[in-house]
Design a protein around this ligand. Structure first.
Ligand code: NAD
Length: 487
């Protein structure tokens, strides 16, 4: 097992403890065991990481983009070679089933390969000018230092999705690990070092959000803050940056309350299969999870039967064949149980799950849970729960389905199941979200696909894809005047 008993910071290519030696426990969600002590960082460790980044940023920015890309290509190769090691780290940190942990390693390597290619493109534009003897073009410039603040749900993808494009664009990166998944970003630092990244260009600091995240966001040397996490923290980050002496670019990738619409002409078995995947993969701890199943009245009963049949067969556990792992912490499990109980007290019915899996205690496993009868305005229908809980809603027709789909403060992803391309196209037009899936799951990102949300799900940026270069570079417009008389 590759998990260390002490999780340090990674600064200037070295593992370092906190200056005063403070630490906190890391527990494994599979069995509640304390697996490590984690260095508890604060302003001093952040300052150390930022000094290292500031010292390394300029030289890194001067490396030609294709050469920066080549280092990411080597990182991809090393990730594939170390698939087992990273899979084990991800599994100890999150408890997710093995195939999902391994899939995260593969998709992170794919992203590095994609970004390697972007190093050889890194395109700007040329534009005509109405002024004679003038050329206008845009070039992409590195920003300087990027702060990457990460969620816990996919720790390797979380750091890779920020660091690979940020590094390709010529920035130094200071990553703030999630306190519940701290070691992945350190192992990632060692991998980048082995791939040839110069000293100091990437650092990872450990600690709680207000201790280690806030001083990073508030430091005027940070030119871009890339945050993935809850909408509430995202808004706080935006506010902190706006109060700095010097502004910075802020990229927010936030939560979702994603609708999964089943029309009366849908393939109900396929829809049930994909509704279950949408709701319960990664124990529902995905920004793109399908937490609202909106079903036409005419097929509601038939879909409900197919859904419950499939939910009863979901394999809960963290083994090779399991589908739904534990949630991240005891606090998260208790919160989810309380949210389900609250919904029931306000009139909802539990059709499946609603309780912890006693046989897997003290692991933090919640039975895949389906609720019915919660009003659309209820907290359980409006707020992201981030766990294996989904709600069924009955609607009369397409218009009501679209109204309900758009009826929360979020707008991340949405799916529609229908045989009609007219309905599918109308949903694509009318659903306000960053990703729409037709006859598929509510998730489905790839290294080349821009992903992000609207409303409380994001502030307009997209990661990854070519669009992520817009997060991590400044566009500089270059106006060149020349004089034919001097040729
Ligand atoms: P969170 O907001 O609680 O924490 C995210 C990060 O912010 C952590 O590293 C945390 O330490 C840090 N943080 C907390 N308070 C802070 C502060 N005051 N200053 C600076 N940093 C602070 O979110 P979470 O529970 O870890 O993650 C789950 C959320 O992430 C869900 O809402 C999920 O939908 C979202 N998410 C979004 C995407 C996306 O691409 N849109 C992807 C994955 C997860």
């Amino acid at each position: 097992m590759s998990y260390p008993s002490f999780v340090p910071h990674w600064i200037a290519d070295a593992e370092v403890p906190s200056i005063g030696g403070a630490s906190f426990d890391k527990r494994c969600p599979i069995d509640d065991r304390v697996v490590a002590q984690v260095a508890r960082g604060g302003a001093a460790e952040v300052a150390h990481a930022l000094s290292a980044a500031a010292g390394a940023a300029e030289a890194w920015a001067a490396v030609p983009a294709p050469k920066r890309g080549a280092i990411l290509g080597r990182a991809a190769q090393l990730l594939r070679e170390r698939e087992q090691e990273f899979g084990e780290i991800i599994q100890v940190e999150t408890g997710k089933p093995w195939k999902n942990a391994i899939a995260e390693v593969g998709s992170s390597a794919d992203l590095a390969i994609f970004m390697e290619g972007e190093g050889s493109r890194f395109y700007g534009k040329t534009m005509p000018s109405p002024i004679l003897h003038r050329t206008v073009q845009t070039v992409r410039s590195p920003i300087g230092i990027c702060a990457g603040i990460m969620p816990f749900n996919s720790p390797l993808a979380g750091v890779a999705w920020k660091a690979f494009p940020a590094l390709l664009c010529g920035n130094a990166v200071v990553a703030k690990s999630h306190e519940l998944t701290p070691y992945t970003a350190v192992a990632f630092g060692r991998l980048l070092k082995d791939a040839g990244l110069p000293v100091g260009v990437y650092a990872a600091v450990q600690g709680y959000g207000p201790d280690a995240g806030a001083p990073l966001v508030q430091d005027d040397r940070v030119g871009v803050v890339s945050f993935t996490g809850s909408s509430a923290t995202g808004k706080l980050i935006q506010k902190m940056v706006s109060e700095r002496a010097v502004l910075a670019k802020v990229c927010l990738e936030l939560g979702g309350k994603n609708p999964f619409v089943v029309c009366d002409d849908a393939d109900l078995d396929l829809a049930a299969e994909l509704a279950v995947a949408s709701a319960f993969v990664d124990a529902g701890q995905r920004c793109a999870s399908g937490s609202r199943l909106i079903v036409f009245d005419r097929v509601y009963d038939a879909f409900r039967t197919a859904l419950l049949d499939r939910v009863a067969r979901v394999r809960v556990g963290s083994g090779p064949d399991d589908e739904c792992g534990p949630v991240i912490s005891r606090a998260s499990l208790d919160r989810l149980l309380g949210q389900v109980a609250g919904a029931v007290a306000r009139g909802a019915t539990v059709l499946a799950g609603g309780a912890a899996v006693e046989a897997l205690a003290p692991g933090y496993y919640l039975r895949p849970t389906v609720l019915e009868g919660a009003p659309a305005s209820d907290a359980v229908s409006q707020h992201e729960l981030f766990g294996p809980v989904t709600c069924l809603y009955r609607v009369a027709d397409f218009d009501e389905a679209v109204r309900l789909a758009n009826g929360t403060s979020y707008g991340l992803t949405g799916a529609i199941h229908t045989a009609s391309h007219h309905r599918a196209q109308a949903f694509v037009s009318r659903y306000r979200g960053g990703l729409v899936s037709v006859n598929g799951a509510t998730f489905g990102a790839g290294p080349h696909m821009p992903f992000g949300g609207v409303k409380n799900s994001g502030n307009g940026f997209r990661e990854p894809g070519t669009e992520s270069l817009d997060v991590y570079t400044e566009l500089k417009t270059v106006v060149i005047n020349h004089n034919p008389a001097q040729v």
